[in-house]
Design a protein around this ligand. Structure first.
Ligand code: PLP
Length: 394
């Protein structure tokens, strides 16, 4: 597509995204194609969304079938897909009660409300939330209030009162923020936007203990790191540290906009009641068909097992690349969410990568974030490494 046409096509869009100069047209497996037919190996997955890759026949057929049957009903009526998707998601996530949203941001908004509602029912007077530096929880006022980056928060102040920040992976700094007003502690078991930072087991366990001792709720945001990406269905399961509230989105719909927050039965008993929360679209038949089908495919095609088969190879190749190239100073992450800290500006590397036919994204701290569709094979890792090496050395 001509550059002028692209600019013309965007003239009524609020200029808020600095887009990469690519117009994507269609996809097949782990490859995307632009309007000129150029092929790109996708290590971005639409920001960790398209776990099943592109043109998955079973998924697409299910969506098309649902479009023809019924797209929307509102939550005034029963909706079988919604109930079935919740059952499948509860089973996969190890949680009990699900509320469907339309995004990750809304899932976190709901989680904050659910935590506050729990404290309200208990009459504890607790309302404060401790969140982590470098975290990312979304862009609405509530979600931005608990996001650990000054630059995301400052232009929109005053924000939600009673939010305190602690250092990720530093239990003492969390303890220092706890008081008799603390209602919830919120964290990503693996910080995605924040630079691919993996929570230490002691940190997860320590937070769980603080929560248990003080009737504080632990909220895990697995919008990015959930759904098989780290090598387990949800990241908390690797630690054996169950949150009271879990938030999900991104890959649960494989591209159909859907998110969810989930509560344990114990918390649900004291939390949101009819009339406290809702969403017109949330959990509609189309979105829930997506969730149901994605979870079905995960089980049938053993996607999580596949992640565990392929991830060690990705780790090994990235370690070797980090050894080989001076401009790579660190390698981080696990499963199929890994990152390289580089000294060259991301914009420069990305421009080269696009020329090479490789899609990558960045994360905080000049990190190249690699979050491919979960269906990648060894040969795709090899191809990525070749292209990335050229992009980093050109
Ligand atoms: C992407 C993301 C969000 C926000 O999700 P949206 O669907 O963009 O609203 C929240 N938390 C984490 C950890 C994310 O990666």
């Amino acid at each position: 597509m001509e550059k002028n046409n692209i600019q013309e096509s965007e003239k009524n869009l609020l200029h808020i995204y600095n887009r990469f100069p690519v117009v994507l047209d269609h996809g097949e497996g782990v490859y995307l194609y632009d309007t000129d037919g150029k092929q790109y190996l996708d290590f971005a997955a639409g920001i960790a969304v398209t776990g099943l890759g592109y043109h998955n026949e079973e998924f697409n057929e299910a969506i098309k079938g649902q479009v023809d049957r019924l797209i929307h009903t509102s939550n005034l009526y029963y909706n079988i897909n919604c109930g079935e998707a919740a059952q499948a998601l509860a089973k996969a996530s190890g949680m009990d009660k699900i509320f469907f949203t339309n995004s990750g941001t809304e899932a976190n908004e709901g989680a904050i409300k659910a935590a506050r509602r729990y404290a309200y029912t208990k009459g504890s007077g607790r309302f404060e939330i401790i969140s982590m530096e470098n975290s990312f929880h979304g862009r609405s006022i509530g979600a931005v209030s608990v996001t650990g980056h000054d630059s995301y928060r400052e232009p929109f102040e005053p924000l939600l009162p009673g939010v305190r920040f602690a250092q990720f992976n530093d239990l003492e700094s969390v303890k220092a923020q706890v008081n008799d007003k603390t209602c919830a502690i919120m964290l990503e078991p693996l910080q995605g936007e924040g630079g691919i930072n993996v929570a230490k087991p002691e940190f997860m366990e320590g937070i769980r203990s603080i929560c248990d001792e003080n009737d504080i709720l632990m909220i895990c945001d697995e919008v990015q790191c959930g759904m098989g990406r780290t090598g387990s269905m949800f990241a908390w399961q690797e630690y054996g540290v169950q949150p009271d509230i879990l938030t999900m989105a991104k890959a649960i719909g494989n591209g159909i906009p859907v998110g969810a927050f989930a509560l344990t039965d114990r918390v649900a008993g004291y939390s949101l009641k009819p009339g406290d929360h809702g969403s017109t679209y949330g959990g509609n038949p189309l979105a829930c068909m997506a969730v149901k089908t994605v979870l079905d495919i995960f089980e049938k095609e053993k996607i999580v097992e596949h992640v565990n088969q392929i991830a060690p190879y990705l780790t090994k190749c990235l370690e070797e690349l980090a050894q080989k190239l001076d401009c790579v100073t660190e390698h981080r992450g696990k499963g199929l969410i890994q990152g390289l800290v580089v000294t060259r500006p991301f914009a420069e590397v990305n421009k080269n990568a696009i020329e090479e036919g490789l899609l990558i994204i960045s994360a905080e701290g000049n990190v190249i974030r690699l979050v491919p569709p979960l269906i990648i094979e060894k040969r795709h890792v090899d191809e990525m490494i070749e292209k990335l090496e050229r992009a980093l050395t050109k």
